[in-house]
Design a protein around this ligand. Structure first.
Ligand code: MG
Length: 208
């Protein structure tokens, strides 16, 4: 039996140990209910969430189109040729996440949803006790994902946002803009900051 956290550590992806620990702590705090992760990639953070979901009896859904973000495409900084499906000639991270979840022994704790956030936002209606935004980091999609899914977070439910860099020298700005939007409208209040991971709590105010 593999240690799921060891499997997560070995999986492709970008999640330092301290941020993984903070993500699991936030998940514990969120408690039972339905959790949505936006941006599965190869399943690294999914395993961290699944371990806690199983423990507290939450249902974890993870959403990705599995074709990679801009920065993962050929010629870009984070391109990984091992993730290309030769049949389609395009990135395909789905087989990798399947393998990661299998190796970690957490398949039964996770539902994979394959699609764009725009597609899924059209039919998603389920209240969320935990939302983890870690999808496409362009301004347009980051803002879309917040506007589409944050209203489903229940009062006192948690929102985690990854890759938040207030200083542009450290990284792209859209996730930071999402956090500012969430806090300035009063819909969410800050809970914790660990590296580039922000955790916020839903208030009674509406998401705008
Ligand atoms: Mg990320």
């Amino acid at each position: 039996m593999n240690d799921p956290l060891e499997v997560a550590r070995a999986a492709k992806g970008f999640l330092p140990e301290d941020e993984a620990d903070a993500l699991r702590a936030a998940a514990h705090r969120a408690g039972p209910g339905v959790w949505l992760e936006v941006g599965t990639y190869c399943g690294k953070s999914t395993v961290h969430l699944a371990v806690v979901a199983r423990e507290v009896g939450a249902r974890l859904i993870t959403l990705d189109h599995h074709r990679g973000s801009e920065e993962n495409q050929p010629g870009w900084e984070w391109h990984d040729t091992a993730l290309v499906d030769p049949h389609a000639g395009r990135l395909d991270t789905l087989p990798h996440v399947r393998r990661t979840l299998f190796d970690a022994g957490v398949e039964e704790a996770v539902n994979l949803v394959v699609g764009t956030t725009q597609q899924v936002a059209r039919w998603w209606t389920t209240p969320l006790s935990f939302l983890f935004l870690d999808g496409n980091h362009t301004e347009e999609v980051a803002q879309h994902d917040y506007a589409a899914f944050a209203p489903h977070v229940v009062r006192n439910g948690l929102l985690a946002v990854h890759d938040v860099f207030p200083d542009p020298r450290d990284g792209g700005q859209p996730p930071w803009h999402v956090v500012q939007r969430a806090e300035s409208a009063g819909a969410f209040e800050p809970v914790s900051i660990t590296g580039s991971l922000r955790v916020l709590r839903r208030t009674a105010a509406a998401v705008s």
